[in-house]
Ligand binder design. Structure first.
Ligand code: ASP
Length: 441
């Protein structure tokens, strides 16, 4: 009998997780039970994915660069990638701003709801920790981001997933130097990284075999810890605007894929779907990265020379979903609290949300930290920041799940466009998740 495809298994796992989580909210001991016995399964899965992210980036980027033969090609790929990332992010923020200005979700929020949300969340540890984190990030100079990209200790960089850009910097440096010493002398190192790359991709396969169970655990945990349904309902219009914007982004990517690469957009979405489902379940583009790389290379046919650079860089700096959300959230909060925004303020939002999405970490909830910086850039009163965040906190997790899907899809789209533009979009070379499994077990 043919086995159900993995993305269907994952989807079923997710649905069952939601149902199970909901049932657990109905019994007294449910929340504790999920936290003690179910959530750890999801946490282990996310850890496993993060565990292999750094080895995968290093191995595949070294392989990608050393296959290039000519460094000027790399410059070409690099410049195109950054430019396209900026364009897609600006498109995302613009879509968000247009929608929020037309729909005005903040105008209909009653004083009563604002008071209730403020009372529930303004002093919540989740909100205050985001404000603290934002003030820490803000106190740096304009070129700090360049300084932050250069590690002073390669091994220290590799030991921290938050330092992904430092690892990318080191690996590019290593790869280019390997090209410069010539093919013959670099061969042992190249062979080592080639083999490491294959092994790590196999590790992705093995981890993915457990994905249906892990997403069950992840979603059950999200459901039991979600907010009061009344509060969620009060924010329905705001949520609707963000989700509509994110949906338009997916349509935008599909259009870009079909017009620039001439591939069927539905095929693209189907092939990338396991990564999207994981992005949704984990709310982290960094944790999803290994799967995004696997899908884009093996199932879509983007050459490693392109994907090994475009995807890890994208996971860290390209967050279209996050920037769209930041635009909508900033205007929504201003509308709800009666803070008038001029056209100039809205342009400032475009610029700061662009920078903020580059600066946001690829982990759950990071977008909300940078939202504080967006709000401050338009002169939002500092004493009302906590109230502002409190307004949107209740729905942040579900929106985070949705915007992470867009972040990951955006990276995959750009990798296809860049690959096509440099003649590196080939045919898929599909390997199954469970290849050779029976021979060794
Ligand atoms: N969770 C998002 C990501 O990892 C970032 C954010 O919007 O909070 O892509």
């Amino acid at each position: 009998m043919r086995k159900l495809e993995l993305h269907w298994q994952i989807l079923i796992g997710m649905l069952l997780g939601v149902v199970f989580g909901f049932v657990m909210t109905q019994v007294d001991w449910g929340k504790g039970f999920v936290a003690d016995w179910i959530q750890p399964v999801g946490t282990i899965f996310v850890r496993l994915l993060k565990l292999i992210a750094i080895p995968l980036i290093i191995a595949s980027l070294v392989k990608g660069i050393s296959d290039l033969k000519d460094i000027s090609k790399f410059r070409n790929i690099g410049l195109r990638t950054i430019m396209i990332y900026i364009v897609t992010t600006v498109v995302a923020i613009t879509i968000g701003l247009v929608l929020v200005n037309i729909m005005k979700p903040g105008d209909g929020i009653s004083e009563e709801t604002i008071t209730k949300l403020t009372e529930t969340y303004a002093t919540d540890a989740g909100v205050t920790s985001k404000l603290e984190e934002a003030s820490r990030q803000k106190s740096s100079g304009p070129l700090q981001f360049l300084v932050d990209m250069v590690p002073e200790n390669a091994l220290a960089a590799m030991s921290n997933n938050k330092l992904m850009l430092q690892v990318i910097f080191f690996t590019i440096f290593l790869g280019i130097s390997m090209l410069l010493i010539g093919e013959k002398r670099a061969k042992p190192l190249k062979d080592f990284f080639d083999a490491l790359n294959d092994v790590v991709l196999k590790m992705v396969d093995l981890i993915m075999l457990t994905a249906p169970y892990a997403v069950f655990a992840l979603l059950a945990s999200v459901v039991v810890s979600s907010s009061d349904p009344d509060l969620l309902l009060a924010l329905l219009k705001y949520t609707g605007v963000v989700v509509a914007g994110l949906f338009i982004m997916i349509v935008f990517y599909a259009t870009v894929v079909s017009s620039f690469t001439k591939k069927n957009p539905f095929w693209f979405l189907k092939e990338i779907s396991p990564a999207q489902l994981l992005a949704f379940s984990t709310s982290s583009s960094a944790a999803t990265l290994p799967v995004t790389m696997e899908r884009v290379e093996e199932h879509i046919g983007v050459d490693k020379e392109v994907s090994s650079f475009v995807l890890p860089v994208g996971a860290t700096i390209n967050m279209d979903g996050t920037s769209l959300y930041q635009g909508v959230a900033a205007v929504f909060i201003s509308q709800a609290l009666g803070f008038d925004l001029s056209f100039g303020d809205q342009l400032t939002i475009v610029l700061t949300a662009l920078l903020a999405s580059i600066g946001s970490a690829a982990v759950p909830g990071a977008g909300m930290v940078m939202l504080v910086i967006v709000l401050e850039s338009i002169g939002f009163p500092a004493d009302k920041l906590a109230i502002g965040l409190a307004l949107i906190f209740a729905v942040d997790r579900p929106l985070d799940m949705c915007r992470t899907v867009v972040n990951v899809t955006g990276d995959a789209t750009v990798s296809m466009v860049v690959a096509k533009s440099v003649g590196k979009l080939g045919e898929p070379d599909i390997k199954e998740w469970d290849d050779h499994l029976e021979e060794v077990i």
